[in-house]
Design a protein around this ligand. Structure first.
Ligand SMILES: *[C@@H]1O[C@H](CO)[C@@H](O)[C@H](O)[C@H]1NC(C)=O
Ligand SMILES: *[C@@H]1O[C@H](CO)[C@@H](O)[C@H](O)[C@H]1NC(C)=O
Ligand SMILES: *[C@@H]1O[C@H](CO)[C@@H](O)[C@H](O)[C@H]1NC(C)=O
Length: 286
């Protein structure tokens, strides 16, 4: 608007200067007193008015209208821009708000994910630890199974005889328990009556004696190698029988022997009832 006014003033100035030139400067007015009415009056009244000044005036009006239209359009454009700008700003604000919202949600999700990851990692660690323990347990079981498989199986049980009285003899003799009931590992030899330890270990032995002859001494002795370990002894002074038994756990070296001896001048008796039995088994190797 201001630019248009300045332009208008300039044009009027030009016109005024031209009018003064043509009437010889006889109006007596100062430059500052000039206005449109005077110009218009000068235009109407002056006899020496030229075609050029008429053209300038028309031009001036056209320019004025033109300017006004352009200014109005510019103002309209400016208003439209302002409107668009403010709606844009509003949109930006909304987007920023949405962004912040999204960011918060993403962060929360990330936190949750991190949490889950941490828990998963902890679980994996625990699983690995458990797997390690399971592995070592399995190894132990395998070892035990192997040991068990390697461990010799030793167990025997044998009765003395079906043929009745044995002894008394003038010398001590090893009793040959000939009725073999069990002889796992073949550590007992029924031909010699001697048990031989196949491995170093703890062994359990059980033995007894039985006699039914009147006025007879009865006795058996358990030997470990050439050592007497235990003696059973009794005497029948009237009709009836005597029966004694005992047992022992012995720690044997591999190759050690265990057997039962009938001392000289003592007798025992066995029959199909299996009254005298010698038994033993390996408790565990040591
Ligand atoms: C300017 O806006 C007014 C009112 O909104 C309208 O009447 C006029 O025609 C517009 N002028 C131009 C040049 O766009
Ligand atoms: C995400 O975790 C960080 C650090 O652990 C914490 O500062 C933030 O407040 C958490 N954000 C949410 C949304 O839970
Ligand atoms: C457990 O044993 C399996 C199979 O031998 C092996 O692949 C795994 O790595 C072992 N795990 C641990 C924790 O020792």
């Amino acid at each position: 608007m201001r630019r248009a006014a300045v332009f208008l003033a300039l044009l009027l100035c030009l016109l005024w200067t031209g009018a003064r030139g043509s009437d010889g400067g006889g109006t007596g007015k100062k430059e500052g007193d000039f206005d449109i009415q005077e110009v218009k009056a000068a235009h109407d009244q002056s006899s020496s008015q030229t075609q050029m000044s008429t053209d300038v005036w028309a031009e001036l009006q056209r320019a004025n209208a033109d300017l006004l239209a352009r200014v109005t359009a510019s103002e309209n454009k400016s208003t439209a821009l302002e409107n668009r700008m403010s709606s844009s700003e509003k949109q930006v604000e909304e987007l920023q708000r949405e962004n912040a919202d999204l960011l918060a949600r993403v962060t929360a999700r990330e936190n949750k994910s991190t949490d889950l990851l941490d828990r998963a990692t902890a679980n994996e660690k625990r699983s690995t630890a458990l797997e390690g323990r399971m592995n070592s347990s399995e190894k132990e079981v395998e070892e035990l199974q192997r040991e068990n498989a390697d461990r010799p199986q030793v167990a025997f049980s044998a009765g003395l005889t079906d043929s009745g009285s044995v002894g008394p003899f003038s010398t001590a003799m090893t009793l040959k328990f000939s009725k073999v009931f069990t002889n796992i590992g073949q550590a007992y030899n029924p031909t010699t009556g001697i048990f031989t330890a196949p491995v170093k270990g703890a062994y359990y032995f059980r033995f007894n004696m039985w006699e039914s002859r009147k006025l007879t001494y009865s006795s058996v002795v358990l030997y470990h190698n050439n050592q007497r370990k235990m003696r059973l002894l009794d005497f029948i002074d009237r009709s009836g029988f005597v029966s004694e038994s005992n047992s022992m756990v012995l720690q044997l070296e591999k190759g050690d022997v265990v057997y039962i001896v009938l001392p000289s001048s003592y007798g025992v008796r066995d029959d199909s009832h299996n009254r005298i039995i010698f038994s033993g088994f390996l408790l565990f190797p040591v």
